[in-house]
Write a protein that binds this ligand. Structure first.
Ligand code: AMP
Ligand code: MG
Length: 323
């Protein structure tokens, strides 16, 4: 069976085609790149305009027609309401017009499951760091649970806001990474509270520091501080759960320094360290399709009434029947 997966939780629109054996036949992503940060309605407008083309392109890449698709999956949440609704409407339309089953999936769990498919990781603690999410997730007691997360803004959002405020453009992550390698470490506020992280104070302090320090040094300090916070929480989740693998996910995970720090932590614990290829790290349709297949295989069936989007969809609300 083939599944068409549609992703549209934030500014990226994706369509992927995956087989029930886990072969990724297509994975098309189209970015909405606003100059001044994401406006949910504008991003949704971008998705509405581009959905037909992105789905068509994914089917072409897969060399299949819509008639050969046996299941349609979409990201039901968490995410921005207008964006989620746009992707959900496309999925419902395909399901109803072609009379194929539909399944709504949790976006965060999809990141973890595509990581398990694409790497050798079997039962990892996932450090998920993106523009909209920062969470440490692992499977325990029959569910995917959040062991630690940001109390305010996401790590990627922190990097993006910092870059925008000091004039480095959007997205901020790559710009900060380029400058950080040329900088000296600058001490900035480190905020881990219990198992949770806070990035808003670090953001404010970094913007202020940029007024009277070299920007390279601020970037270096910002990266070192923020990444150390994430790696600390991930390590403590590993110690708590006894898991011996760490998996990175999300757009920020392409960062070399973050990979190095997480990799070093894993090596010191004798644990496995896994990073999927770049096209599967960020938001994409293939991960949605793959989780759709796993859920469908486990007997999950959604009626159209079940496909209402869930902006605050929590990872641990999902009953995991496929593991
Ligand atoms: P996502 O939300 O998963 O699509 O990822 C987008 C986020 O990843 C944005 O906040 C980017 O700034 C961030 N990002 C992209 N490349 C890098 C990088 N090289 N280092 C740090 N963050 C990055
Ligand atoms: Mg994501």
């Amino acid at each position: 069976m083939l599944c068409l997966g549609i992703e549209g939780t934030a500014e990226k629109l994706g369509a992927g085609v995956v087989s029930s054996e886990g072969r990724i036949l297509a994975n098309v992503v189209k970015h909405h790149t606003p100059k001044e940060g994401i406006h949910p309605r504008e991003a949704a407008q971008h998705h509405a305009e581009n959905l037909p083309r992105v789905i068509k392109k994914a089917l072409e890449e897969a060399g299949r027609s819509l008639d050969e698709i046996g299941l349609v999956a979409f990201s039901q949440g968490p995410g921005l309401g207008p964006c989620l609704r746009t992707a959900a409407i496309a999925a419902r339309t395909i399901s109803l017009s072609k009379d194929i089953p539909i399944v709504g999936v949790n976006h965060c769990i999809a990141h973890l499951e595509i990581g398990r498919l694409a790497t050798e990781a079997e039962d990892p603690v996932m450090l998920y760091v993106s523009g909209g999410n920062t969470q440490v997730i692992a499977f325990e007691g029959g569910r995917y649970r959040v062991f630690g997360e940001t109390l305010d803004i996401a790590l990627g959002n922190c990097l993006d806001q910092f870059a925008r405020k000091i004039g480095l453009g959007f997205p901020g992550g790559p710009a900060v990474e380029r400058l950080a390698v040329k900088g000296e470490f600058l001490s900035l506020p480190y905020a881990v509270k219990g198992m949770d992280m806070s990035f808003s104070g670090l953001l404010t302090a970094s913007v202020k520091a940029a007024e009277n320090h070299r920007v390279e040094d601020v970037c270096r300090g910002l990266q070192e501080t923020a990444f150390a916070m994430c790696v600390e929480v991930a390590e403590r989740a590993m110690a708590h759960t006894g898991k011996e693998e760490i998996l990175l996910a999300g757009g920020v995970a392409v960062n070399r320094r973050l990979q190095e720090m997480a990799g070093q932590m894993a090596a010191e614990r004798g644990a496995g360290f896994f990073v999927p290829e770049k096209s599967l790290l960020g938001d994409n349709g293939a991960m949605i399709a793959w989780l759709g297949i796993m859920m469908h295989r486990a007997g999950v069936r959604h009626s159209i009434e079940d496909t209402t989007v869930r902006q605050r969809f929590r990872t641990d609300e999902v009953e995991v029947l496929w593991r």
